[in-house]
Design a protein around this ligand. Structure first.
Ligand code: MG
Length: 334
């Protein structure tokens, strides 16, 4: 099979700067790819790297696109090396849409986890999110000191109805002893899981904490690519894997891995536009990937519906996916 191949780098401002451990993020840069087959069928994919998460850089991704040229074969697409997970995610998504390989919607809906701000602000943000019907929340921890945040945890739990789930994300901020204090406290509380309690390179601490405490732990920064997740599986990891499909590789490979190993997956956003997001969320409803709330609860990242897509509220359903038109987004980018 031969395709006509085009790509468009994009640079889109974020509605509000994102604070990360690697500084403030004010705009999202990526590349849209477009494949058209001989019958004129078109698929659009999105390359959205995060190099400090261990992915390829934007320049490397662009280099690959340039080398592919304006006519590509299936074999050339398949030959993109495994370490270019973001490029492979985008090309596979464009090819699947183009080939209509995508399956029927099997799940009617999935809950969306709302992101609560760090610190005491979480308490202020909570009522509106509960009112909006959210059934799962993620609270960023490891930002303030341990005892203050543990006090806030109890205040937060007191405000949550019992049917609501709370997950915590430390982004690797704790030392092992701090993590142990948190996990001992969480053991007696209804916490869905604790994400990345310590740095990804402290593998002994991650495995030790998982063995020592009954609370479910999740790996995020530790598992950027599918290969890393598989390696952790080999180490005996029994907890959750937070997978950002836009960074991890082709959705079909992730779905096959999940089906074969029954890995416990949480799908998460890598700050992509509605193009990448629609590919991921369609797979979430068509494949038995996950039943946990999806980590796409930051709506309006760009503050522009052209790139954010329709409002994504407390629940994802097919209607959201049907309302995204990747080709229109491609055309709207200059
Ligand atoms: Mg995380």
């Amino acid at each position: 099979m031969e395709y006509r191949f085009q790509f468009k780098p994009y640079r889109l401002p974020l509605r509000a700067p994102l604070r990360t451990a690697h500084g403030s993020w004010t705009e999202r840069e990526g590349i849209m790819v477009r494949l058209e087959d001989e019958a004129g069928r078109v698929g659009i994919g999105e390359i959205a790297p995060i190099p400090w998460f261990g992915t390829e850089t934007l320049a490397e991704a662009e280099e690959i696109c340039r080398k592919l040229g304006d006519k590509v074969t299936s074999a050339a697409l398949d030959a993109v090396p495994a370490r270019f997970g973001c490029v492979r995610f985008a090309l596979a998504a464009a090819r699947e849409i183009q080939c209509h390989l995508i399956g029927d919607i099997k799940k009617n809906h999935l809950p969306v986890a709302a992101l609560l701000p760090a610190g005491r602000e979480a308490l202020a943000a909570l009522p509106a999110k509960l009112e909006a019907g959210f059934l799962a929340f993620k609270w960023k921890v490891g930002v303030g000191d341990v005892d203050t945040e543990l006090g806030l945890l109890d205040e937060l739990l007191a405000e949550l109805p019992t049917y609501v789930k709370l997950r915590l994300d430390a982004n690797g901020a704790w030392e092992r002893r701090q993590a142990a204090k948190w996990l001992a406290r969480c053991a007696e509380r209804p916490v869905e899981f604790v994400e990345q309690p310590v740095r990804p390179d402290d593998e002994a601490a991650l495995l030790g904490l998982a063995a020592d405490y009954p609370v479910t732990l999740a790996l995020d920064e530790s598992v950027t690519g599918l290969a890393a997740a598989q390696r952790w599986q080999g180490l005996g990891w029994r907890g959750v894997y937070v997978i950002k499909p836009a960074l991890a590789g082709p959705l079909g490979e992730i779905a096959a891995w999940a089906a074969a190993t029954r890995a416990d997956i949480v799908l998460s956003s890598a700050i992509e536009t509605a193009v990448g997001r629609a590919a991921i969320l369609r797979t979430a409803l068509t494949q038995p990937l996950t039943s946990r709330a999806i980590g796409f609860g930051v709506d309006g990242i760009f503050g522009d519906r052209r790139w954010d897509g329709p409002v994504l509220g407390a629940v994802l359903d097919k209607g959201w996916i049907d309302a995204v038109h990747p080709e229109a987004i491609w055309n709207a980018l200059n």
